[in-house]
Design a protein around this ligand. Structure first.
Ligand code: PXG
Length: 439
């Protein structure tokens, strides 16, 4: 790779990126269609990550583009504070019908996963307050959890580098993460060991008393920290303990929502119903920013008790329910439904599982885990250089024509749900070659 300084790349401070490395060796995409990106040097790159876990219906979907174009022409923007337009009403009505067993009846819109998470945390605290339990202020997250980058999200999140420079919200505790190679390496689907880790919630309740705890937030499958699949029975136990103490349970489904696991949502997949679900990414197939919080029956109603003229919740964004995002989301849901993409994800899951586990035994591979159309491949770190081997793997895959995602020494794969078996074979072949060549 040649170092060439391109001054036109200087001004953009790239998020979550090694800016200097990138700008010395840029990886710039100029178009995308179906399962592939095209890079500025004219190469086809197989998208092994659905962009950033969001392009579930594949790239360049014409009906989404048409809906967005039409919406911009018809109604570019309209506030949703004290007035409205049809989009978010239609979308919310449609979304609640996709949720498990009619349990959820209202949707609050935001513009990203981070905003959805902060909205959910605020709704939880406000809910207890208006229900006469204002001492319930504490929030509980989990080690290795990722809930975006707002102050709420990094506080309940469990990723050291995301937290260490910043002052965090007070009154936060963390459950232990569930990742354990000694017990669960090379598990297919949900690992057997680890349900008891949910019992740590009892310890936290004993420490602070339930009367001080508002909510627990977890990703049903932790994505960003390397695809951590919940042990069998773990989520059920969390639900039971939350029920026992009147604590709200929030599932952050920014990654697991919209078919990633082969069901509409992880809540349905695991048969565990939380009190709120946060989503983003796949809601618009990544085309227009949007996030949302789904709230369980009763939560919204609790807020509807004051004088009719009064605003019930002092929270919202200029772009909550933005017309263009709503149009993109509605067109996206049409595709999911018409092409039965969640079913497709389920149907492909066992082929995917066999394919990714075929990497077992290759150099450096110390664990492979999978569920639905997602997989994590953990590599042994290079001595004294954590993350370097997987980053090298990412760069080599990119050169080879495959987009992967790395976190620490873990490669995460989460292809668009339109993936075909030959793409899976191709992806595994490329990754096999790279792993064999990796120092
Ligand atoms: N919650 C979860 C579970 C997420 O995965 C967010 C919240 C925040 O969403 P926004 O839209 O604010 O970014 C996310 C985002 C990665 C990666 O490499 C994952 C995310 C974002 C960037 C990178 O795995 N997830």
């Amino acid at each position: 790779m040649q170092d060439t300084h391109r001054p036109e790349l200087d001004a953009f401070w790239m998020p979550f990126t090694a800016n200097r490395q990138f700008k010395a060796h840029p990886r710039i995409m100029v178009s995308a269609s179906g399962m592939h990106y095209r890079s500025e040097d004219g190469r086809q790159i197989l998208d092994g990550t659905a962009g950033l876990w969001c392009v579930n219906a594949g790239h360049g979907r014409k009906t989404i583009a048409a809906a967005v174009q039409q919406q911009v022409m018809d109604l570019d923007f309209c506030p949703t504070f004290q007035m409205g337009h049809p989009g978010p009403f239609k979308l919310a009505d449609r979304l609640v019908k996709m949720l498990p067993s009619g349990e959820f009846d209202h949707v609050f819109f935001a513009n990203s996963g981070s905003e959805a998470v902060d909205s959910a945390l605020k709704i939880a605290i406000a809910y207890h307050r208006i229900s006469g339990q204002g001492t319930r202020q504490r929030l509980i997250g989990r080690e290795r959890g990722y809930h975006g980058v707002g102050f709420g999200g990094i506080s309940v999140g469990g990723i050291g580098p995301n937290r260490k420079f910043f002052s965090l919200l007070p009154g936060i505790d963390h459950l232990p993460h569930t990742h354990n190679l000694e017990h669960n390496a090379f598990s297919k689907g949900q690992p057997e060991w680890g349900a008891h880790l949910a019992d740590d919630l009892e310890r936290i309740v004993a420490l602070h008393d339930a009367s001080n705890i508002a909510a627990v937030i977890v990703e049903p499958v932790a994505g960003s920290t390397g695809v951590l699949v919940p042990p069998k029975g773990y989520l059920e136990r969390l639900r039971a303990i939350c029920d026992k103490y009147g604590i709200l349970l929030i599932f952050d489904e920014v990654i697991t929502g919209f078919g990633r696991l082969g069901s509409s949502f992880a809540a349905e997949h695991f048969g565990v119903v939380p009190d709120m679900i946060t989503v983003a990414k796949g809601i618009t197939n990544g085309t227009v920013p949007m996030g949302a919080v789904f709230v369980r029956r009763g939560l919204y109603d609790a807020f509807m008790n004051g004088p009719e003229q009064a605003i019930e919740l002092f929270h919202g964004y200029t772009y909550s329910g933005h017309p263009v995002a709503c149009a993109a989301a509605l067109a996206t849901l049409d595709i999911y439904e018409e092409e039965k993409l969640f079913q497709r994800s389920q149907d492909l899951a066992s082929y995917w599982e066999t394919a990714v586990h075929s990497l077992q035994g290759l150099p450096h591979v110390i664990d492979i885990r999978n569920i639905g159309l997602v997989a994590g491949i953990e590599l042994a770190p290079r001595p004294d250089k954590p993350g370097a081997r997987a980053f090298d793997c990412f760069l080599r895959c990119y050169e080879r024509g495959l987009l992967t995602r790395v976190t620490g020494d873990i490669i995460a794969l989460s292809p668009p749900l339109i993936i075909e078996k030959p793409h899976i074979d191709e992806l595994i072949d490329m990754l096999t070659d790279v792993l064999k060549s990796l120092p």
